[in-house]
Ligand binder design. Structure first.
Ligand code: NAD
Length: 355
């Protein structure tokens, strides 16, 4: 198969591409604008394969997308490109409207034009897989409920509202035009190659540098964590075996309060990185409570029974094993971390792709 994957230089997209190139014979075209969150160094382990290609393209550029579809002739699209950081959506929502809503619209229209031109056999097997988040469902504060595929949408932040909007567009393109779509809504991911603006890598790297570990509000916000490689496997399962028009929720059965995540990271570091920065007795002493994020949802939790029952996917990592692997990865991959923190991958990129 030929997969056109958007956002493949990001955290989850790069895990999906590594998974497909390393475990199958399929071909991949990675379409990524390379915003601050896109990093081709996360793909260095597979970038020399002839089955992998990269195009630096903005998904809002319809003419460029049309050309890529014509040249690459994909069998399936996996659409991950997005602005993804809630805090950034609060300070600057426009990029989220542009990429997550307009960009998804352009991807749908480019896919539809291409799909209409396919022969009947290829038309029947083509798939447009939209990758979304559990944040579209809103807040489960004060309940023990889980999000199912039927939970009504109630997004709270500009990020989740823009993702909800894109999910609605994708389903409308199926109902109105018959485009063969799949939607997945996943809980919080963590793992290797995660940009250090997000909770888990931020805490690991700040602790190692003896910096404060900023925890929002009382730290009791609950998230359901999934190891990124389990998510990549789930996405591949859905795009190759999912029923057209269906939505699948993906989660790790790992509901944890933010403060407990931070405390677990601190104890793992005590064991794995006992030589602390000067003046630090215990990593946990670096925890600092900061003013809560406006509109902060208190609890998310996913019911992933549909994908488990219908497609046989289950996560391989528990939170304990996945978090240990993640901390070890950050300890062993200084170069990636330094390049990301110094913005050096941008110059690496310029060198790598001169002209
Ligand atoms: P990320 O921010 O790490 O990566 C996003 C990628 O998209 C980057 O490589 C960026 O360069 C690219 N991109 C942004 N705007 C673009 C544009 N206009 N054109 C082309 N490329 C563009 O995000 P992520 O964490 O890997 O998330 C990927 C997808 O999964 C997103 O759609 C997100 O909503 C969804 N998701 C994320 C999580 C999570 O915990 N991270 C959970 C559930 C769902």
């Amino acid at each position: 198969m030929r997969f056109l994957i958007t956002g493949g230089a990001g955290f989850i997209g790069s895990a999906v591409i590594r998974h497909i190139i390393q475990n199958t014979e399929h071909e991949v075209l990675n379409v990524d604008k390379l915003t601050y969150a896109g990093n081709l160094e996360s793909l260095s382990s597979i970038s020399n394969y002839s089955r992998y290609q990269f195009s630096q393209t903005d998904i809002c550029n319809r003419a460029a997308l049309d050309q890529l579809f014509t040249d690459f002739q994909p069998d399936a699209v996996m659409h991950l490109a997005a602005e993804s950081h809630v805090d950034r959506s609060i300070s600057g929502p426009y990029a989220f409207i542009e990429t997550n809503i307009i960009g998804t619209y352009q991807m749908l229209e480019a896919s539809r034009a291409y799909w209409l031109g396919l022969n009947e056999k290829k038309k029947a097997t083509f798939r447009f897989h939209h990758i979304s988040t559990d944040e579209v469902y809103g807040d489960l504060e004060g309940t023990t409920d889980l999000f199912t595929e039927k939970t009504p949408y109630s997004p709270s932040s500009p990020y989740s509202a823009s993702k909800a909007s894109s999910d609605h567009l994708v389903r409308a393109w199926n109902r109105t035009y018959g485009l063969p779509i799949l939607v997945t809504n996943c809980s919080n991911n963590y793992g290797p190659y995660h940009f250090p603006e997000k909770l888990i890598p931020l805490m690991i790297l700040n602790a190692l540098q003896g910096k404060a570990l900023p925890v929002y509000g009382n730290g009791q916000q609950i998230r359901d964590w999934l190891f990124v490689e389990d998510h990549a496997r789930a996405l591949y399962t859905v795009v190759t075996q999912g029923q057209v028009g269906e939505t699948y929720n993906i989660g790790g059965h790992n509901e944890k309060a933010n403060i407990d995540v931070v405390l677990t990271i601190c104890s793992l570091l005590e064991e794995l990185a006992p030589n602390k920065p000067q003046g630090i007795e215990r990593y946990r002493d670096l925890i600092t409570y900061v003013k809560d994020r406006p509109g902060h949802d208190v609890r998310y939790a996913i019911d992933a029974s549909k994908i488990e029952r219908e497609l046989g996917w289950t996560p391989k990592e528990s939170f304990e094993t996945g978090l240990r692997k993640t901390v070890e990865w950050y300890l062993n991959n200084n170069e990636w971390v330094e390049h990301v923190q110094s913005g050096e991958y941008q110059s690496w990129l310029n060198k790598q792709y001169q002209g």
